[in-house]
Write a protein that binds this ligand. Structure first.
Ligand code: ADP
Length: 197
């Protein structure tokens, strides 16, 4: 299996790159943000609880997103691999993901981090807010709150994968296809190595 974590702050381009990667490597895209928004659209109790937090730019509780990922992994047992987008967003989520994958005798291959500075992120998110309809993209204070949540709670997840020798950072500013090529180079290098287990 090829399991990738696509990492980076809100607006770094994870969703865009994920779409291209799932086509090329035949992977399943698991975005906790998309799953949460679909729960909101369905009006489920989970969705209603998550919406209150998401509308404030705050992370939803770890156990909620871990439970969602657990059921998606169980629904897709025959998959060639997964792209995790927007998950794990805290170190406890990363620890839980390792445990869930180990139950299936698999693991994360690499974390690819898209690096983009805060000014560019804010610009992109507010621009996306004009068309995405996402309430959390439309207010500058809220956008900055999300980046702040990222800096305090999510950025340490990079260190977690770095300790495992799985972290790869790439420049997330530039042409989409160029960023995609750089991402594929990392993955192809990984795939060309002899796999253990
Ligand atoms: P972005 O990366 O642009 O912020 P997402 O769609 O990934 O957008 O996430 C939107 C919101 O959903 C986050 O601000 C957060 O409230 C919630 N969320 C998504 N994924 C997680 C997660 N893994 N843990 C906690 N909260 C999450």
């Amino acid at each position: 299996m090829l399991n990738l974590v696509l990492f980076g702050p809100p607006g770094a381009g994870k969703g865009t790159q994920s779409q291209k990667l799932i086509d090329k490597y035949n992977l399943i895209h698991l975005s906790t943000g998309d799953i949460l928004r679909s729960e909101i659209a369905k009006g489920t109790e989970l969705g209603l609880r998550a919406k209150t937090l998401m509308d404030q730019g705050i992370l939803v509780p770890d156990e909620v997103v871990i439970g969602m990922i657990d059921s998606k992994l169980k629904e897709n047992k025959a998959a060639a691999g997964f792209i995790f987008d927007g998950f794990p967003r805290t170190v406890p989520q990363a620890v839980a993901l390792d445990a869930l994958l180990a139950e299936n005798n698999t693991a994360i291959a690499c974390m690819i981090a898209l690096e983009v500075n805060e000014e560019e992120l804010t610009r992109r998110l507010l621009l996306r807010g004009q068309t995405s309809g996402r309430p959390d993209d439309q207010d500058e204070a809220l956008v900055r709150k999300r980046v702040q949540e990222y800096n305090t709670k999510t950025a340490p997840v990079a260190g977690y994968y770095a300790e495992q020798g799985k972290f790869y950072g790439i420049n997330g500013i530039g042409e989409i296809d160029e960023i995609f090529d750089n991402t594929c180079n990392i993955i192809d290098k990984y795939l060309s190595q002899p796999q253990v287990g």
